[in-house]
Design a protein around this ligand. Sequence first.
Ligand SMILES: Cc1ncc(C[n+]2csc(CCOP(=O)(O)OP(=O)(O)O)c2C)c(N)n1
Ligand SMILES: CC(=O)[C@@H](O)[C@H](O)COP(=O)(O)O
Ligand SMILES: [Mg+2]
Length: 585
Amino acid sequence: MERLLPRIHSPRDVRALPESELPRLCEELREEIIAVCGRVGGHLGASLGAVELIVALHRVFHSPQDALVFDVGHQTYAHKLLTGRRERMDTLRQAGGIAPFLDPRESPHDALAAGHASTAVSAGLGMLQGRRLRGLPGHVVAVVGDGALTGGLAFEGLNNTGGTHLPLVVVLNDNQMSISANVGAIPALLRTHEARAFFEGLGFTYLGPVDGHDLPALLHTLREARASSRPVVVHALTKKGRGFPPAEADLQTRGHAMGPYEWRDGKLVRSRGGHRTFSEAFAAALDALMARDARVVAVTPAMLEGSALVELQRRYPERVFDVGIAEQHAVTFCAGLAATGLRPVCAIYSTFLQRAYDQIIHDVCLPGLPVLFAVDRAGLVGADGATHQGAYDVASLRPIPGLTVMAPVTGEDLPGLLATALSLEGPSLLRFPRGTLPEAPPALSVESPEPVRGARWVKRAPRARITFITLGPFALSAWEAASAEPDWSVLDARFVSPLDEAAVLEAAACGRLVVAEEGTTRGGLGSAVLELLAAKQVPARVTLLGMPDTFVPHGDARVQRAELGLDAAGLRRAALALLAEGKAS
Ligand SMILES: Cc1ncc(C[n+]2csc(CCOP(=O)(O)OP(=O)(O)O)c2C)c(N)n1
Ligand SMILES: CC(=O)[C@@H](O)[C@H](O)COP(=O)(O)O
Ligand SMILES: [Mg+2]
């Protein structure tokens, strides 16, 4: 039988199909999503669960005249396949390829860019208001997951919408899952008759619950929602990973997002090489700390899996808290815990920490509470791209008084830095990157659980002509870049705040510095070094290396590092250029 999908180039083609063909279209979409994720990896589970929903939405609403606003955007592979991107889907999440989430620059059918959760209702309401004011026609639909609904921003949007009486259509894609099982009272309430009362109480018409895989029921309910003249919630019950047994059966570890896999003999075969990640090394160090000190507790805003805390939660169910997609709450919750004498560790991705900037300043740092922010995915993240890069944590948080900011070079550094955090009276931040642990030279592979202070010389040349000052694993690239040069030194800053001024001034005495960090150079370690040199009137030539002043798109992080000069070869080039410049003047 001729496949339908190759004939679908836009939502108009979906609407032209006889309704009886839609189940076959869904089947083909599933096959395509499974095949694409198999080849290039991606957000498999959420996308499989939203297939019927997306087909029904494109059938009932007329994108792009009607705006479909998807929360996060990780569940939209069917939408991408139906909106003219099918032939490029094998480039998904790769450099120059199809975006990991939605991007209006990629397609007019992507109403709004996203990547972070809980934005769809607010953005959808804004679009509806904007269209009204500008006299533009069209419906606006906000598609929100039950996980995203645990974020405060979603409630700010619902509250505002309910008060405006504007006919925003909110489609609640309820699969009872965030990345891990969803948490909290509201997801539980959604499974009771109270769901209707809850949304009606907020000023919405409630339609549902409807089986989110039953096309006729979905089409009927969405048509009813389209006809509404007031805010309406369509509550659709779906299953994450639907149609792919390994993803359905193993929702937490495999169903959400994955690398390329193979499907052999009815089993999923996948390997990430068995290498330990920074997150796992952090969790192991935290485990040891929790075993020693009953005051230590851990908090994650819905990233138990990614932060490698699953096992730790099993071991300490009362001391490891998943608070849902609620970064602001996570930080202020930690403030409360710390105020009782506990020592909370807030495990959070750099990009999601951005959500909680005021909570960090106002609730934690201003009262000087001893919360440790364990900032994962700091630096380039690769396939998730611009929305998820960990570029701004150091630059945005360095100015906050009393916040100690530090970074490990290797996994071996983690116990000592965690002990350092615990030895402090006030707040601290420990940043480490996504991915596997680097191999460390013998000098840096010593593990000690003792607190550390100040910077550390990785290579100290007696008559240095140039010194690298680095943050985090960059010390290893610098060490490699300098290894064949007897007069090149390497200083691991280790602390950005407080900066080890004596060590930096000693490093600057050679007259030439290359400062390297995996974060924006605007305001980061490099800026801290320049501020110090200016204050002390130290004449030194300084090159700053770091993430550029643009949003870095999706791609392979290793390739991006090479392209941005953020690897050993790039550091070497920068040093040679600086030395050559010195000669010329
Ligand atoms: C602010 C923010 N925090 C955390 C994440 C990581 N994250 C992406 S998808 C997801 C789960 C979302 O659950 P839900 O909205 O129910 O969608 P589902 O995957 O179940 O379809 C999480 C925690 C994020 N993208 N944004
Ligand atoms: C969509 C989203 O925000 C998460 O699923 C994210 O993609 C996870 O990233 P990691 O793979 O780095 O845990
Ligand atoms: Mg969900």
